[in-house]
Design a protein around this ligand. Structure first.
Ligand code: NAX
Length: 403
C-alpha cells in the first residue's frame, strides 16, 4: 500500500473539500445542475414526487439546518404508508419518519400504519408513543388492518410487514405465504394510492415480493417499485472502511447486485475509497474476493446469532437511506443500491426486480450503465439472477397470467 498512501490521503482530503463545498453552499448545486444534468441523462421518465422541502447535499445528507435553510415550510402533509408498523423494523422506523428524518423537518407527515388484526392493539401502543413524542411535523395517524384504507392517497408506501419464515418452511412455502400478502397489497395500492406513489418493499423475500405486488398493480408504472438492498450496501461500506482503516464516509460506489439473499453480489471491483479503486487501496485481494463478500452475504444471520433477533434499527436506517437516495440527487459519479425492475441491463432478464447500482437526479432514476466486471463478478451476477428466476417460477400462480 506504501506509495498509494499519499495519493489516498490527497484524494480523501479533496473529497472532504468537495463535500464541504456542497454541504455549506447548497446553491452551488444549483449552479452545477446544468453541468450535471447531461451526465445523469437519459433517465426513464416517471411522474414527480410531491414537492418537498429536502434540499440537502445527497442521499446521506439529512442535516436539519441545511434542510431548513434550503426550503420553506411545506403545508400539505406527505402521506406515508408503513405496513407491519408494529413489528420490530416498523417500531424503529415510524419514529424516524415522524421526527422528520425521512422527509425533512419542515415537511408535515400523515402516517398511515397497516397491521394485521391481532397486532392492532400493539400498534395502538406505538401510536400512543408517537403522540408522546409530540413531533411537530406529525400531522395525523391512521391505524388500520385494511390495506386499501392504509394506502389511500399514499405518496410513499414502505412495505415492511411480511410473514416470517417458520421452522421447516421451504423457500417456496415462504414465497407462497408472502405472495398471499403482496398480491392483494399491490391491488390495493393500485386502487387507492396517489398517482405519484413510490413503493419500497422491505419484507422478505423482498425482490420477489416486490415483483408479485408490481405485477398485481399494472396501473402503477414499474419504475415506481423498489426492493431494499441498501442495508447490504451499508454493511459492505462498513466492512470496507474497517478493512482500509478509513472513515466510512470515504467509501463510495458500492453496488449490490441481484437478490437480497445469500446469493447477492456486493461489488468491491467498482467501489471506491476516497475516489480510488478499492483494489488499489486494499492490498488483501484474497479478502476482497472471498471473506468480504461472504461477510456481507451472511451479515443478517450473524446479527441474529449475536442479538437473538434480526436486524431492525439498521434495516430502518436503510429504509431512510433508500428513500433519500431517490428523493435527492446522487452525488456526482456515485451510486446507491436498490432493486428495481430490469429492462435488460447487464443481460438481466427483463421484468426481474433486481439489485442494481442506481443513481437519481432527485426525481428520476436510472441503472448506472457500463460498469465492468471480471469473470468472478459475472458468475456471481448469473448465480443471483438464476435464483431470482427460480423464485419467479415459484410464484407464477400468484401473478396475472399475461406476466
Ligand atoms: P416482525 O415480525 O418484527 O414484524 C413484521 C410485522 O408485520 C408484524 O408486526 C406483523 O404483524 C406484520 N404483518 C404481517 N403480515 C402483515 C400484513 N399482511 N399486513 C400488514 N402487516 C403485516 O419483522 P421485522 O423484523 O420487522 O421484519 C420485517 C420484514 O423485513 C421481514 O420480512 C424481514 O425478513 C425483512 N427484512 C428485510 C431486510 C432487507 O434488507 N430487505 C433486512 C431486515 C429484515 O430481515
Amino acid at each position: 500500500m506504501g506509495p498509494r498512501v499519499p495519493k489516498l490521503v490527497a484524494a480523501f482530503v479533496a473529497g472532504i473539500v468537495v463535500a464541504a463545498v456542497f454541504a455549506l453552499a447548497p446553491t452551488s448545486l444549483l449552479v452545477l445542475a446544468p453541468i450535471l444534468a447531461p451526465i445523469v441523462a437519459p433517465i426513464p421518465a416517471h411522474a414527480q414526487d410531491q414537492p418537498h422541502s429536502c434540499g440537502g447535499g445527497g442521499p446521506q445528507d439529512t442535516t436539519p439546518q441545511l434542510v431548513s435553510m434550503s426550503a420553506g415550510m411545506a403545508s400539505t402533509p406527505i402521506q406515508v404508508a408503513v405496513t407491519g408498523a408494529a413489528g420490530q423494523i416498523g417500531y424503529a422506523l415510524v419514529f424516524r419518519i415522524a421526527s422528520g428524518q425521512m422527509f425533512g423537518p419542515d415537511q408535515p407527515i400523515a402516517l398511515r400504519m397497516l397491521e394485521i388484526e391481532p397486532a392492532l392493539k400493539s400498534l395502538e401502543g406505538v401510536a400512543m408513543e408517537l403522540d408522546d413524542c409530540a413531533f411537530p411535523m406529525l400531522a395525523s395517524m391512521e391505524l388500520t388492518s385494511n390495506a386499501e384504507k392504509a394506502f389511500e392517497g399514499a405518496n410513499w408506501a414502505l412495505l415492511v410487514g411480511a410473514a416470517p419464515r417458520k421452522q421447516g418452511m421451504e423457500r417456496s412455502d415462504l414465497l407462497a405465504v408472502n405472495g398471499g400478502i403482496f398480491g392483494p397489497q399491490g391491488k390495493a395500492l393500485a386502487k387507492t394510492a396517489a398517482a405519484n406513489i413510490r413503493i419500497l418493499v422491505v419484507g422478505n423475500p423482498c425482490n420477489t415480493n416486490a415483483y408479485i405486488a408490481r405485477l398485481n398493480a399494472p396501473e402503477i408504472a414499474a419504475e415506481r417499485w423498489f426492493a431494499m438492498t441498501r442495508l447490504d450496501e451499508n454493511r459492505a461500506r462498513s466492512q470496507l472502511a474497517q478493512k482500509a482503516k478509513v472513515p466510512v464516509a470515504a467509501i463510495s460506489n458500492v453496488g449490490v447486485w441481484g437478490n437480497h439473499s445469500t446469493t447477492q453480489y456486493p461489488d468491491a471491483r467498482n467501489a471506491r475509497i476516497a475516489g480510488l479503486p478499492v483494489f488499489d487501496v486494499i492490498s488483501d485481494h484474497g479478502w476482497l474476493k472471498g471473506k468480504f463478500i461472504e461477510t456481507v452475504q451472511k451479515r443478517g444471520a450473524a446479527v441474529i446469532e449475536a442479538r437473538g433477533a434480526s436486524s431492525a434499527a439498521s434495516a430502518a436506517n436503510a429504509v431512510i437511506d433508500s428513500v433519500a437516495s431517490l428523493r435527492t440527487a446522487t452525488p456526482w459519479g456515485d451510486w446507491h443500491s436498490l432493486a428495481v425492475v430490469s429492462h435488460g441491463e447487464y443481460s438481466v432478464p427483463e421484468g426481474l426486480q433486481f439489485g442494481f447500482p442506481v443513481r437519481s437526479d432527485g426525481e428520476h432514476w436510472e441503472v448506472v450503465p457500463d460498469l465492468k466486471h471480471d469473470d468472478d463478478g459475472w458468475d456471481r451476477i448469473k448465480k443471483t439472477t438464476h435464483e431470482l428466476l427460480q423464485e419467479q417460477e415459484m410464484v407464477k400462480g400468484l401473478v396475472p397470467a399475461q406476466a
